[in-house]
Write a protein that binds this ligand. Structure first.
Ligand code: PMP
Length: 360
């Protein structure tokens, strides 16, 4: 393996090295057939098998029930902010949203174009440093769904348990899908951009309960109806072939690692290491309140912006890259998704200890 830096980037993010190697080989010569993977027709037998395998592995790893479709769409996770309300709401229809950060805020703005949106909770005034307990919001009666972001990538907060609601749940799981087991049957729709826990940017995975495919109003553009993509096995038009291939390889790697239960254990251990380094001194301050802490994105501050800049620069010199926090809150952020190795977290924790002693 060449010298690799530890990449703490929030996404696109670090991928398993074995997957990168496999992809590098397949791009040039897929299964020794004398043709590169990204030259294959999406309707070829070979690529159809690639897409089928990726779907089956997602189904297996997340125990997706048979009455759900798994779709590979484009337009980024952000396009789901409008596709969901376009397909599920309309004149006089209501949905409830929990506002726990930038990504829910954006989803609320889009949803308001298509339905009656109730925001039942917001932690905006506390700089989104927490997610709600079940007793802190009321789902509006007649809501078609309760929408929430399971992991808030920027603020480093995460729902430990899925929210309580009588209606179906709809969730943006872009930054924590496949990091732990979930009960898919409680959801109408789960979606995630691939570029954190699943592969490269370019594909959005949407898991949707089949009966919802029939809800879309007739006047929606064809490409914006889930049914269009579901009916054609995500091949209504040319899909993002390379990204889908990579998702399949990452899913295969995940299965070899022991699946989502094993991944959850490892993610909990990695996060615990990092949070104990933050809690060990007053030098570091975690952004998220303790009960809301994310296993995937650890956002924290140092005593001053100058020290934060120094920390990020010195860390980078040690091969600890991508620790700059999001521009909306500043500070530092370590993203430690499934494929992020434990050794990288150990190295960061050692560096944090040394940096605090030298600069505290
Ligand atoms: N939701 C969450 C939770 C995210 O973290 C992001 C991107 N970082 C998005 C949505 C937007 O994803 P995309 O760039 O694929 O539209």
């Amino acid at each position: 393996m060449p010298e690799r830096i530890y990449n703490f980037s929030p996404g696109p993010a670090t991928l398993p090295y074995s997957v990168l190697q496999e992809a590098a080989k397949d791009i040039v010569n897929y299964k020794d057939r004398g043709i590169g993977l990204i030259e294959l027709s999406h309707r070829s037998k070979e690529f159809m098998a690639v897409a089928e395998e990726a779907e089956q592995l997602i189904r297996e790893l997340l125990a997706v029930p048979d009455n759900y479709k798994v779709l590979f769409l484009q337009g980024g996770a952000s396009s789901q902010f409008f596709m969901i309300p376009m397909n599920l709401l309309g004149e006089g229809k209501k949905a409830t949203y929990l506002n726990t950060g930038t990504w829910s805020n954006k989803a609320i703005k889009e949803a308001r174009l298509f339905g009656d949106i109730e925001v039942a909770y917001s932690s905006q005034e506390q700089k989104f440093n927490r997610v709600p307990r079940d007793d802190e919001y009321t789902v509006a009666p007649d809501s078609e769904y309760l929408y929430f972001v399971s992991n808030n990538t920027i603020y480093g907060t995460q729902f430990k348990d899925m929210p309580r609601a009588d209606c179906m749940l709809v969730s943006d799981m872009s930054s924590d899908i496949l990091s732990r087991p979930i009960d898919v049957s409680r959801f109408g729709i789960i979606f995630a951009g691939a570029q954190k826990n699943m592969g490269p940017a370019g594909v959005t995975v949407v898991i949707i309960r089949e009966d919802l495919l029939e809800r879309a109003p007739d006047n929606l553009p064809t490409m914006l109806k889930y049914k269009t993509h579901a009916d054609k096995g995500s091949m209504f038009n040319t899909p993002p072939c390379f990204a889908i291939y990579c998702v399949g390889r990452v899913m295969n790697w995940l299965r070899e690692q022991g699946g989502v239960e094993a991944m959850q254990r490892r993610n909990e251990e990695k996060a615990a290491l990092l949070y104990s380094a933050i809690d060990a001194t007053d030098f570091y301050r975690g952004h998220a309140q303790k009960e809301s802490r994310s296993m995937m994105n650890v956002s924290f501050n140092l005593p001053s912006p100058e020290l934060e800049a120094k920390f990020i620069a010195e860390a980078a010199e040690q091969g600890l890259d991508g620790l700059k926090g999001h521009r909306s809150i500043g500070g530092c952020r370590a993203s430690i998704y499934n494929a992020f190795p434990r050794e990288g977290v150990e190295k960061l924790v050692d560096f944090m200890d040394r940096f605090a002693r030298e600069n505290g």
